[in-house]
Write a protein that binds this ligand. Structure first.
Ligand code: MOS
Length: 752
């Protein structure tokens, strides 16, 4: 529908070619399953040595002694780096010099701020010698009691939450909304510390050649990180090459620079050799971020008709003692349900852990868990079906800003997922369903929402006279399929079949592909790739139009379309010229186009931009043992234009499984006395396996978003986890009549 405020914006701005929209299988799949894909730790430059850091075994205090002599005496040990001898950094690691700079630990002094913090680095000829050297350091400490858990932490009012988001928000008169309500419910939810635990641990191979630095390290924001590394070491950005062709998962933890990376680079400088540092699994529970724990209270006021009168969401979230990353959980209540009054607030709690960071739908994941449980409880109080209750509070405009949505096909998501799931047969009261084996059966649902941001991104497209193209952007494929979806867009940008396009990504030598985060990578880098192709085609068309030997001679630029390596007159398909012929006649071997992905600021100003979805879950629970199984999940998602339905579905089902993981499995447990992580391995830190997720379906709902960006692309990476956590908790209630108050849901919470 044309927008009277913005007549240019009707339909997708840009028509894409036939590569986009295809369910291509991932292009890096064969390399991954045959083991030829080189991850950072697979690099072994000439002269490589190994670094292992020793982690603090206390959570707060000072290191008073390290047996450096014993470590140094161990065969194969080359050097020990401590705060006494580590080379200087140009930027203090405690300085927040840009929005994505976390305060980090790089041996700046002898202070211990959390258990597992690096306190020294041993560099040796072999990994084994470095590991043993680190053990021989046998540190002594002056220790203070650990502050772990909400009760021992120090509460404060954070100035901002997440990365620069507002900590407090109010719309309308909450007190009036609550007093006008026929019913008020209050829902309390706690969520634990969660650790990203990507399959590939954080790893780095660092090599100095005079003042040039080459880094192999998995990274979600290659050029931004390259620039920051250059600042830490006071060298020009172009002196740093950061290569990250493959990531074994990122989930937000590989988007920023962390202390162990700086330590490896410092170690390489110290010993004048290339250094490899790979974190052990237990070392992933400290210096490389996590999701903060939350305590949330959601109060809802409702009219008897089911319309919300008030929505009050207060989230308390843990952060470290020395930096501020507050899980922006309450902000999940800004954009989902219509209410005349909304208030959201955050409180921070300082505890002795590493600093949390972005993890898989930061804010929305834990915040929507509380909100969706609260909505279910409110529906129960009103005697309404949970889906009907949500429809009665459907937001036609963005509740927080009042803006119209760029596109919102959430009604379709509800309808399609509910139909596929069979929701219409659900009894209203809990405890009504049993399966043939006598297991309790429950059905629950939740709404999914995730913002559609964009990061600045650039790309380059080089047409070659042989009829092929090389298209480049410094993007990151952490398993989500960027190499494939971005290559599809790149091929459409240059008007070639994908097998004629060489797609390069994953190195800082390429144009800045932006951040593979915020579910924004396909939109950001994809927009840049398409624009770069378009720029090359425009130049080619100009050459053809000016060439008397071309069938396109005299054709204006706007009158040409590009398809399968040829330019066609738009008004006369019989007149065409191949890229090769145009370039050969012009004496060109190559022709380069550049482009950037950006959003029209006018659309940003006027529209609220989100992906939407709905998840329905079935649980079966043993009536005596209370073991919980999620036997079925159906989600439907509307996320604008889908470039690759196969990979988008995979992202969405993966997200729903993350939601299952949040609901039933993941929990970082720290010893209250020592502050140490007690389950710092994948045996103790549970994530679901195939048997835990027998049936997970994601439906792609058609949605045309004319405002979100030129290609109409939103994100699918994180939305699947939102809504799903609540859907499972609500299904548990429906099976048992017991409301969940903390995640992950433990068996004992259902007993008695
Ligand atoms: Mo995501 S948590 O923005 O990688």
């Amino acid at each position: 529908m044309p927008d009277p405020m913005n007549p240019a914006a009707s339909g997708h701005h840009v028509r894409l070619g036939s590569n986009s929209g295809q369910p291509m299988t991932r292009r890096d799949g064969a390399a991954k399953v045959t083991g030829t894909a080189t991850y950072a730790a697979d690099n072994r430059p000439e002269g490589l040595v190994h670094a292992v850091f020793a982690g603090a075994s206390i959570a707060r205090g000072r290191v008073t002694f390290l047996d450096v002599a014993a470590a140094r005496a161990h065969p194969g040990v080359i050097e020990i780096m401590t705060p006494d001898n580590r080379p200087p950094l140009h930027v203090n690691p405690d300085e927040k010099f840009h929005a994505f700079a976390w305060r980090t630990e790089a041996l700046q002094d002898d202070t211990v701020r959390y258990a597992g913090q690096p306190i020294a680095v041993v560099i040796a000829d072999t990994l084994e010698a470095a590991t043993e050297g680190a053990r021989l350091l046998a540190p002594l400490y002056a220790s203070d009691p650990a502050r772990i858990g909400f009760d021992q932490g120090t509460r404060y009012d954070p100035p901002a939450v997440g990365i620069g988001a507002e900590a407090d928000f109010a719309k309308g008169d909450l007190a009036a909304g609550l007093s006008a309500a026929a019913q008020v419910t209050e829902t309390r939810i706690t969520t634990p510390l969660q650790y990203h635990n990507a399959m590939e641990p954080h790893a780095i191979v660092a090599e100095w050649t005079e003042d040039r630095l080459t880094l192999d390290t998995p990274n979600q924001a290659i050029v931004m990180s390259r620039n920051a590394f250059a600042q830490y070491f006071d060298i020009p950005a172009e002196n740093v090459t950061l290569r990250s062709p493959y990531l074994g998962g990122g989930f937000g933890s590989k988007a920023i620079i962390v202390g162990p990376q700086l330590l490896a680079i410092l170690a390489a400088r110290m010993v004048q050799r290339p250094v490899k540092l790979v974190l052990r699994r237990d070392q992933m529970f400290g210096p490389v971020q996590h999701r903060g724990a939350t305590q949330q209270v959601v109060r809802l006021g409702m009219e008897a008709t089911g319309r919300l009168t008030a929505l009050d969401h207060h989230a308390t979230a843990s952060t470290s003692s020395f930096d501020d990353f507050i899980e922006p959980a309450a902000n999940a209540s800004h954009n989902l349900y219509a209410s005349p009054s909304i208030r959201t607030r955050h409180t921070g709690v300082r505890i002795d852990t590493g600093t949390p960071g972005s993890m898989r739908a930061p804010g929305e994941a834990s915040g929507s868990a509380a909100l969706e449980c609260a909505m279910d409880e409110a529906a129960e109080a009103l005697g309404l079906d949970p889906l009907e209750f949500r429809l009665r509070n459907y937001a036609e405009t963005d509740p927080a800003s009042g803006k119209r949505f760029s596109a919102k096909a959430l009604r379709d998501c509800y309808a399609q997922a509910a139909a596929r799931f069979g929701w219409a047969d659900r009894p209203l009261a809990p405890g009504q369903m049993r399966d043939e084996d006598g297991l309790l059966v429950g059905w629950g649902m939740g709404t999914c929402l995730f913002p559609a941001p964009m990061f600045p991104a650039r790309a380059r497209a080089v047409l070659r006279a042989d009829g092929t193209a090389v298209v480049e952007t410094a993007g990151a494929d952490m398993g989500q399929g960027a190499w494939t979806a971005l290559a599809q867009i790149a091929a459409d940008g240059v008007g070639l079949p994908i097998d004629k396009v060489v797609f390069h990504s994953g190195s800082s030598d390429q144009p800045d592909g932006g951040v593979a985060g915020g579910s924004a990578h396909t939109a950001s880098a994809g927009g840049a790739l398409h624009a770069a192709g378009g720029d090359a085609i425009r130049q080619l068309a100009e050459i053809a139009a000016a060439d008397p030997d071309s069938p396109l001679f005299g054709t204006g630029n706007t009158g040409v379309t590009a398809r399968d390596g040829r330019l066609y007159r738009s008004d006369d398909d019989s007149r065409s010229d191949s890229y090769s012929d145009i370039m050969v006649r012009a004496g060109l071997t190559e022709l380069t186009g550049t482009g950037s992905g950006a959003r029209d600021p006018a659309n940003e100003e006027r529209r609220a931009m989100f992906s939407h979805g709905a998840v329905f879950a079935e649980v079966k629970i043993d009536p005596e043992l209370f073991q919980i199984r999620v036997t079925r999940m159906v989600g439907a998602f509307a996320a604008g234009r889908i470039i690759n339905p196969h990979l988008a579905t995979s992202q969405l089902t993966g997200g729903m499984i993350w939601g299952l993981s949040f609901a039933l499995h993941e929990e970082g447990v720290h010893d209250l006395r020592t502050g140490r992580a007690m389950n710092a391995d994948l045996a103790g830190y549970h994530v679901p396996v195939n048997a835990d997720a027998p049936s997970v379906e994601a439906i792609l709902v058609d949605e045309t978003d004319p405002y979100v960006n030129a290609l109409g692309i939103k994100g699918v990476g994180e939305i699947g986890i939102t809504g799903t956590v609540g859907a499972i908790a609500n299904a548990v209630w429906h099976a048992t009549g017991k409301r969940v108050s903390s995640f992950p849901i433990h068996i004992d919470a259902l007993m008695g």
